[in-house]
Design a protein around this ligand. Structure first.
Ligand SMILES: [Zn+2]
Ligand SMILES: [Zn+2]
Length: 462
């Protein structure tokens, strides 16, 4: 079951003995809810990872494949139950969390499918699949124009990624979402009929099968298909890689495993380990150079061609960001607490003075941690205390040699919850930790929807 799932997947290069593992981000929306039954019926797939942060709302029922009894329940959980009903032998791992908050390693599957409603989420998946070397099949619909879109990306160095084709306008529109009708009614969301999502889902499921089977007729990397359901037209376009693409190298990272428990491994110890490994890379010559122990002749013999290194390291957990200072909305006090931003719900970090909600201070949000700027107390923090979990990839480098990076993937067992299940998403709401309760749930379990009135956008188009 899931506890060891990412451990066993972490090193697997391709199809496992039992079948393929496919992850779906946006698994319960306009496209995803129609897609899951098709995937459940594909017997080549042994494991499905279903990711969706939202709960079903009444307004979703017009366009998404869900029932009134699903309203108020996490979409990932609802779709996981459906998939299991279709094929009992299928392993399904529902994750009711934002795909952007997940560790890189959790998407280390044979194929990632996305049906997401925001550019930022797709930008995130683009980066993650490249770093991991995992192919990615993205689907979207444009409701008012009855358009369906499919894009295939393979993580080869010489093929276009999503951002290769982005212009300044695309980056400016990063926060745009495609919300459904905000009115809570069963009326159809503006211009996105259920059939359009089902059409996109069917095309995506068929292409998924071809990609897994490596059939000759499958889409090639960088290819896009757009189907116009109004005029019954179809366009197939091949995009070329952009030499100045923001994400840099398009090939996968080489990662080493770090099998220590994030609950006991400290930040200081990670820096120590990384320093030893980086020093050992060139036979220790670089380390001696830093300490002034080598003369000019020895340097020439070692063919050493790089600048003197800073003694302090920097660490990032791409694409996560760290918050270091928090402002209380109640008493206005400033609190220092080092946390991964996307995994720190307000309830986890109440103000120690007045228990009100703390908000991260914008100026104190960092992409990376500099060893020299961390206090001894911060270096003593465990990775778990900061919000890191198994599956995270930690990248460590000397600032003066940024290309000489070590990537460590945390591969220790996920910690257990009180109920015995693995805590996949400690940062999710209690009722969004689906693996805690999935075993106890039956097909006829009546959801408690009395006090659930969720709001916010639902996947509609991308
Ligand atoms: Zn690119
Ligand atoms: Zn306070």
């Amino acid at each position: 079951m899931p506890t060891d799932f990412w451990m066993s997947r972490a090193r697997a290069a391709s199809r496992s003995a039992d079948g393929f593992t496919v992850a779906v981000a946006g698994a319960g929306g306009v496209i995803g809810s129609h897609l899951i039954p098709h995937l459940a019926r594909n017997i080549e797939i042994a494991t499905l990872v279903l990711i969706d942060v939202d709960d079903y709302e009444t307004k979703n029922l017009a366009s998404q494949d869900a029932l009134p009894s699903d309203v108020g329940r996490p979409k990932a959980l609802v779709q996981a139950e459906r998939a299991r009903r279709i094929r009992g032998s299928l392993e399904v791992i529902p994750i009711a969390a934002d795909v952007e908050s997940l560790p890189l390693g959790w998407l280390r599957t044979d194929l990632v499918l996305t049906c997401l409603d925001s550019r930022r989420s797709r930008q995130h998946v683009n980066l993650v699949t490249r770093r991991l070397g995992v192919p990615w099949l993205d689907a979207g619909v444009l409701g008012d124009q009855l358009l369906v879109r499919l894009d295939l990306f393979r993580p080869d160095r010489d093929t276009a990624c999503l951002e290769c084709r982005w212009s300044d306008t695309d980056y400016a529109a990063l926060e745009q979402r495609y919300p459904c009708d905000p009115q809570t009614s069963i009326a159809a969301p503006s211009g996105s009929p259920s059939g359009l999502g089902a059409l996109a889902a069917a095309l995506q499921a068929i292409e998924c099968g071809k990609q897994l089977a490596a059939e000759g007729s499958r889409l090639m990397s960088g290819e896009q298909v757009v189907l116009d359901a109004t005029g019954q037209n179809l366009w197939r376009t091949k995009y070329l890689p952009h030499p100045a693409c923001r994400i840099g190298s398009h090939g996968p990272w080489t990662t080493e495993t770090l099998d220590d428990d994030p609950a006991t491994l400290t930040l200081g110890r990670v820096f120590e380990r990384a320093r030893q490994a980086l020093d050992a890379r060139d036979g220790g010559v670089g380390a001696q150079l830093d300490r002034g122990q080598l003369g000019r002749a020895e340097l020439d013999r070692a063919h050493l061609d790089r600048p003197h290194r800073d003694p302090a390291l920097r660490l990032s957990v791409e694409p996560q960001r760290f918050a270091t200072e928090w402002l209380c909305e109640g008493c206005g006090s400033l609190q220092r607490d080092l946390r991964i931003l996307s995994r720190t719900p307000a309830r986890d970090l109440p103000c120690p003075v007045c228990s009100s909600t703390l908000h991260p201070l914008g100026l104190r949000i960092e992409d990376e941690l500099h060893e020299s700027r961390l206090s001894p107390a911060q270096l003593d923090l465990t990775l778990e205390a900061i919000g890191m979990v198994s599956g995270d990839v930690l990248s460590v480098a000397f600032p003066s040699a940024p290309d000489d990076v070590l990537h460590f993937e945390l591969t220790a067992h996920a910690p257990q919850t009180a109920s015995g299940g693995p805590r996949l998403c400690p940062w999710g709401r209690e009722d969004r930790r689906p693996t805690d309760k999935i075993e106890a749930m039956t097909d006829t379990a009546a959801p408690d929807v009395a006090d659930r009135t969720g709001q916010g956008g639902s996947p509609h188009a991308a």
